[in-house]
Design a protein around this ligand. Structure first.
Ligand SMILES: NC(=O)c1ccc[n+]([C@@H]2O[C@H](COP(=O)([O-])OP(=O)(O)OC[C@H]3O[C@@H](n4cnc5c(N)ncnc54)[C@H](O)[C@@H]3O)[C@@H](O)[C@H]2O)c1
Length: 254
């Protein structure tokens, strides 16, 4: 039996990066995946990859996860796709970087909306379905930036929003426990995804500084984050809730 057999998993941001890899790994582990993204063609590509490998996935796109109405509808459609919901994998985020005091109010709001509103909204609308199911798992992808400050790139909105995600994870664990809902955060360090490629471009100095901060002296591959997520979503992690797991090559250890 695979780790996630029979589980229905809603993964956000499956159009690329870690979300695409999550759809592939969760499907490989036997989950029925519902994947949502704002970019429909990219999301369809992921559906094709998952199904091509023999996995089960329904794509729902385009969905703007910052819009409460669209999220509410997404969750209803996700529940309808396979007759319920067991796991919510809050992976999607959008953010801006910038140095104080140039980081505008608009930059701040866009980052908090893109990083904190999204997991809140998806969790909020999924909550009654998880309760009805007798329990489930909410996985929140935060960041090591939620635990330590960072120079590269300057990240006041990113640090604040991800500290918020880690705090929200603890609160959801507390309120969810009586319903059988576990809530767990994963805080990646630097990962090779379209987002890090876009944010860092060919800034060699920034890349070298980020690499130097890790103990392992490299970026992670998306699989190195998602394999932990698959374990945490499974019943093998039944005693884990309210915790935050750094997967950062040791960057937050010193
Ligand atoms: N890449 C890193 O180095 C790194 C480090 C720490 C944490 N993280 C976190 O990991 C998660 C995944 O990151 P990634 O690097 O794979 O990102 P990514 O930008 O490569 O992929 C994110 C996906 O989410 C989708 N998305 C963004 N905003 C959306 C919206 N409003 N509605 C619907 N879909 C939306 C995008 O279209 C994209 O497909 C994010 O929460 C990110 O903050 C990433």
């Amino acid at each position: 039996m695979a780790t996630l057999d029979e589980k229905v998993v809603l993964i956000t941001g499956t159009g690329g990066g870690m979300g695409r890899v999550a759809a592939q790994i969760f499907a490989r582990e036997g989950a029925r995946v519902v994947g949502a993204d704002i970019h429909a063609p990219a999301n369809e590509e992921t559906v094709g990859l998952v199904r091509g490998a023999g996995g089960e996935m329904t794509g729902i796109a385009p969905v703007d996860l910052t819009d409460p109405h669209q999220v509410e509808r997404l969750v209803e459609d996700a529940v309808a796709a396979y007759g319920g919901l067991d796991v919510v994998y809050n992976n999607a985020a959008s953010l801006r970087f910038g140095r104080m005091p140039d980081f505008s109010v608009e930059d701040w709001r866009a980052t908090v909306t893109g990083e904190l509103d999204i997991p809140f909204l998806v969790s909020k609308y999924a909550w009654p379905h998880l309760v009805r199911r007798g329990g489930g798992v909410i996985l929140n992808v935060a960041s090591m930036a939620g635990m330590i400050a960072g120079h590269n790139p300057p990240m006041v909105g990113h640090t604040a929003a991800n500290a918020g995600v880690i705090g929200m994870t603890r609160q959801l664990a507390l309120e969810g426990a009586p319903h059988g809902i576990r809530s767990v955060a994963i805080s990646p360090g630097p990962v090779l995804t379209p987002a890090s490629a876009r944010d860092l471009g060919d800034d060699r100095a920034a890349r070298d500084a980020i690499t130097a901060k890790t103990l392992l002296k490299r970026f992670a591959e998306p699989e190195e984050i998602v394999e932990l997520a698959a374990f945490l979503a499974s019943d093998r992690a039944a005693y884990i809730t309210g915790a935050n797991y750094a997967v950062d090559g040791g960057a937050s250890a010193w």
